[in-house]
Write a protein that binds this ligand. Structure first.
Ligand code: PEP
Ligand code: MN
Length: 341
């Protein structure tokens, strides 16, 4: 038994009773109030509940039905919650009709550069600013990010432009400093299965942008989301950023079929990062259009004033003019699939 569906007439007292019963079995609960009805998600090893006990719960006051979810992820599944999850970040709704575009440099390199990019992406129509202050670089000798100094610049850019800020958390030891400045915490591809990190962000209520690992199946990715949600934080945004295949002509292979598939499997918002997916700036526009057509709720795009001089990911970064052009070109595509941008 994984879900207890309540009758519309269920009282607070009925709910308390049910919760107490489950907690006495070492289980935890997640209460989700949908537009139609309230359901109690049971978290933990539900195999501990014997069939007779399940039948006893079925006849408790306020209970309409008890069900099992066959998928290994539960809170993240559509079976648990039929309606799309929407996440409100400073008035910007992720997962609603509007496609949300997150844009900015790979890394925060210096103050002047960040302010300038922030203004340009805002003017082009982006609704979030991104920028890494802690960078997961392949080489320990590459630029590792500015740390808290970079976070301060992001906060200043938010003040100036009104754009909420997305930045990566790599290490549980940095969580407090990241939470002080970020509006959305990014978990990078390399940390998608860093379960301690996932549990840590799961205990907070700050929205989490969970990037797909380049070697993760969709099931593993949803299990990573489940780790976060199992601790209470339901504000998870999935981000497809390309997976590793035999193909080396592009940096990764952007798996766009993941978007409509995830829409069937989960209620969580799904966004696409064609910058890391393709690895080449001139592939970003066509893949962004394809992502919108495929039903993505948003895009994450790297933009740099001077990509030739970028300290990371210059090859895949668009210049502001190309980004502005793309934002215009996306409008009719969004409209064609019943969305706006
Ligand atoms: C990034 O967003 O700059 C980044 C490092 O992405 P990923 O974790 O997808 O490689
Ligand atoms: Mn990058």
């Amino acid at each position: 038994m994984d879900i207890i569906v309540l009758k519309p007439s269920a009282t607070e007292e009925d709910i308390r009773h049910i919760v107490k019963k489950l907690e006495s079995r070492g289980l935890r609960v997640n209460i989700s109030e949908g537009t139609e009805r309230t359901v109690i998600g049971v978290i933990g090893d539900t195999s501990k509940i014997a069939e007779e006990e399940e039948d006893a719960i079925r006849v408790m006051p306020g209970v309409e039905d008890v069900m099992r979810i066959l998928k290994p992820y539960k809170l993240a599944s559509r079976e648990f919650k039929a309606e799309d999850t929407t996440i409100n970040v400073r008035g910007n709704i992720i997962g609603g009709k509007k496609i949300q575009v997150i844009a900015g440099p790979c890394a925060v390199e210096n103050r002047t550069m960040l302010m300038s990019i922030a203004e340009k992406v805002r003017d082009a129509g982006a609704s979030f600013l991104r920028g890494g202050a802690f960078k997961p670089r392949t080489s320990p000798y590459s630029f590792q990010g500015l740390g808290e100094e970079g976070l301060k610049y992001l906060a200043e850019a938010r003040e100036r432009t009104g754009l909420p800020v997305v930045t990566e958390l790599m290490d549980p030891r940095d969580i407090e400093v990241i939470l002080k400045y970020a509006d959305i915490v990014q978990i990078g591809a390399r940390n998608m299965q860093n379960f301690r990190l996932l549990l840590e962000v799961g205990t907070r209520d700050k929205p989490v942008l969970l990037k797909r690992s380049f070697s993760a199946t969709i099931k593993e990715w949803l299990m990573a989301a489940e780790y976060i949600m199992s601790r209470g934080n339901q504000n998870v945004i999935l981000c497809e950023r390309g997976i590793r295949t035999f193909e080396t002509a592009t940096r990764n292979t952007l798996d766009l079929s993941a978007v409509p598939l995830l829409k069937q499997l989960t209620h969580l918002p799904v966004i696409v990062d064609p910058s890391h997916g393709a690895g080449k700036w001139d592939l970003v526009a066509p893949m962004s259009k394809a992502a919108v057509a495929a039903g993505a709720d948003g895009l994450l795009i790297e933009v740099h004033i001077n990509p030739e001089e970028a300290l990371s990911d210059g090859e895949q970064s668009m210049k502001p003019a190309a980004f502005k052009k793309l934002m215009e070109e996306l409008k009719p595509i969004a409209a064609a699939v019943g969305r706006e941008i």
